[in-house]
Design a protein around this ligand. Structure first.
Ligand code: GAR
Length: 224
């Protein structure tokens, strides 16, 4: 059962880098496939390409400088408090971390429990953290992939919404593998947002149940 919203879902994206996942989500929203509106893109990096992408699409962009918060015992929480103010001002209903390379604290996690998603380029719970494509190759894995999950306080630990798998080839480098995974990221992140916007996600403990009335298996697990 899909739910038709009367107003578009108000979404914020937090990004630190090139913003290709942001772009994928913008494109799907622009294509009319998700009833959502990105109301603000926020970055902790002034030169993040993600901010440029936002400007290009007429989306409010905001650099929130972490420097003034450094040195305070509660620097991370205070920074998140500043973000939370913006999110609340903008009446944001869903927060998307898209290459946001800063750990989020309870301040944001609690305010947006089951309403904040992250994308990570591994098949969690394998390989949380950084340089995960290299770790998957070095471990000898035959499959790698990506995961969209709800954000909890544990890094890369929250309930899994969608995963996609890709093969690891004998001649893969971390870069070639990352590129293959990224293609899937650009499919599953917009899909997760669409499912959320349609009210099809239900969190039960660690499990995210998807109202699958119109869902095909391929959309959940796909190989390149
Ligand atoms: C993506 O591969 C995303 O999965 C990863 O950063 C990249 C951002 O790319 N995120 C993490 O590693 C978070 N733990 P993008 O800026 O082009 O979307």
């Amino acid at each position: 059962m899909s739910i038709n919203r009367t107003t578009p879902l108000r979404v914020a994206v937090l990004a630190s880098g090139r913003g290709s996942n942001l772009q994928a989500i913008i494109d799907v929203i622009d294509g009319g496939q998700i009833q959502a509106q990105i109301v603000v893109v926020i970055s902790n990096k002034q030169d993040a390409v993600a901010l440029e992408r936002a400007r290009k699409h007429g989306i409010k962009d905001l650099f929130v400088d972490p420097k003034p918060f450094i040195g305070r015992p509660d620097s991370r929480e205070a920074y998140d408090g500043a973000l939370l103010e913006v999110l609340q001002q903008q009446k944001v209903e869903l927060v998307l971390l898209a290459g946001y390379m800063k750990i989020v604290t309870a301040v944001l996690v609690n305010a947006y429990a089951n309403r904040m998603m992250n994308i990570h380029p591994s098949l969690l719970p394998s390989f949380p953290g950084l340089e995960v494509q290299k770790k998957a190759i070095d471990w000898g894995c035959k499959l790698a992939g990506c995961t969209v999950h709800f954000v909890t306080e544990g890094v890369d630990e929250g309930p899994i919404i969608i995963q996609a798998a890709v093969p690891i080839l004998d001649d893969d480098t971390p870069e070639t593998l990352a590129a293959r995974i990224l293609v899937q990221e650009h499919k599953i992140y917009p899909r997760a947002v669409q499912l959320f916007a349609e009210g099809r996600l239900k969190v039960e403990g660690r499990r995210v149940l998807i109202d699958a009335a119109k869902l095909d298996g391929e959309a959940i697990i796909s190989a390149a």
